[in-house]
Write a protein of this length. Structure first.
Length: 286
């Protein structure tokens, strides 16, 4: 029986484009040039004999064949990566210092210590929380191996993990109080999500008042559950007990933020590279 093997790098390119809906963004995600991504997708389409994407000037969409392939390709990549990591886990060792942006960055990294301890017991992980500017300086100076940043603007020196849109979030039964100012809660000054939310309100002249600033997720969640205020959050970090609040006549549309992973210069350390892949997997829900 003659079989034709599909190269993993072709599937990775396909999944990257399908996830990001952009060849340019997929190239940054995978870590290759846009030309390489396009070539790999074409090679996969030629091998399978089907078109996987509808290409338009402003976006890329899966064809029916692409939609059918995507879940199987993602599952195969996950199994391949886990097999590879499991085989190498006993040889990965050494100290790794990771920085996480206060607030949403720290929340994203919450599963990392347990995950590293279970999969790479010889890795000595240290996590440091700070503001984005401090993390960037520490990584560029070599004091951190990796830094997970949450930014209002894309940093060209860091790999993009995602570009989640921000939404207004509140209690399921949240009600606006007539013409009263919008009450806003969130992380303290220095958080780019807070800055984006307040800038959007001020830019459209919406009356508002900041009523709660806290780094405590528990305190923030309780305040929002009570219906006291609204907060801006990335679309992939909205707690299940809260809901997205849409009121175009009162609430301005919010932009996207950039979740990026910055490596210290000339990083070659195997343990740090491995932890970086784990961070990317956590972000993408793998």
């Amino acid at each position: 029986m003659v079989t034709s093997d599909i190269e993993i790098k072709l599937l990775r390119a396909f999944v990257g484009v399908a996830t990001e809906q952009s060849f340019t963004a997929a190239a940054k995600l995978v870590g290759v040039s846009q030309g390489a991504i396009s070539t790999r997708v074409r090679a996969l389409e030629d091998q399978l004999g089907v078109r996987l994407f509808r290409r338009a000037r402003l976006n890329v969409r899966l064809t029916p064949a692409g939609e059918e392939l995507f879940p199987a390709a993602q599952a195969l990549l996950d199994r391949h990566d886990r097999l590879f990591q499991d085989a190498r886990s006993r040889t990965v060792a050494g100290p790794v210092r990771v920085g996480a942006a206060e607030g949403f960055g720290a929340a994203l990294l919450a599963p990392l210590p347990e995950r590293v301890r279970e999969r790479y017991p010889a890795v000595e992980l240290e996590v440091v929380c700070d503001f984005d500017a401090g993390l960037r300086q520490a990584a560029e100076a070599g004091h951190l191996d990796l830094a997970l940043l949450v930014l209002g603007r894309e940093a060209p020196s860091a790999a993009v993990l995602g570009r989640p849109r921000l939404h207004w979030v509140g209690a399921p039964d949240f009600a606006f109080d007539g013409d009263a100012p919008i009450l806003v809660a969130g992380y303290p000054e220095g958080c780019p999500v807070r800055a984006a939310a307040l800038a959007a309100l001020e830019g459209q002249g919406v009356a508002h008042r900041m009523v709660l600033s806290t780094w405590s997720d528990r305190v923030l969640d309780r305040a929002l559950q009570s219906g006291w205020a609204l907060a801006a959050m990335p679309e992939n970090q909205v707690p299940r007990d809260l809901k997205v609040v849409n009121r175009p006549s009162l609430l301005p549309k919010l932009d996207r933020i950039f979740v990026q992973l910055l490596e210290r210069p000339a990083l070659e350390d195997d343990a740090a590279k491995t932890v970086g892949r784990e961070i990317a997997d956590i972000y993408h829900g793998r």
